[in-house]
Write a protein that binds this ligand. Sequence first.
Ligand SMILES: [Zn+2]
Ligand SMILES: [Zn+2]
Length: 179
Amino acid sequence: MKIKIDHIREKSRQYSFTESAESFPVLADMSSAGECNFTGPVNVNVTAGREFDHYRVDGLVTVPIQQNCSRCLCSFDKNICSSFSIFFRENFKNLEEEDEVELEERDLITADFSGDEIDLSMEIAEQVALEIPLKPLCSETCKGLCPVCGVDLNTETCSCVLDSKQSRFAALKNFKISS
Ligand SMILES: [Zn+2]
Ligand SMILES: [Zn+2]
């Protein structure tokens, strides 16, 4: 995912890249650690151009993934989709300034480059990695598994859950009556 500086020095251009997730070391590590499964390639669409003293790359990265829900353990598909703006500065090494920029606007990244091309790979991989949930949920309302019998409470109900609820209500009722 490289852009030749010569191509964008005078005017902005649009680029599209498609690469397998495994070709990015950061993402290959996540995949082999079992954090998620990439079910398709990483697609990147960007506009790149010169702006003041730097090169600006605005774009969108998408990649389909499969994860296991941290509550019910079912496997589900999700599309990672993230927009970003990256400022590439030649031989830019000022980390303090980078922190400031990131605090102000989350998806604004400042990176450095040297030579006659900009390589987007590192920043794209980090952008994707940030969007992959550490505690994935198949749905915000996923009920998870019953901690006693292990049935999936999204599709089944079980008596152990009902029992504990009933007895709690019953105890409360008795307390009210007797006082
Ligand atoms: Zn779930
Ligand atoms: Zn149960």
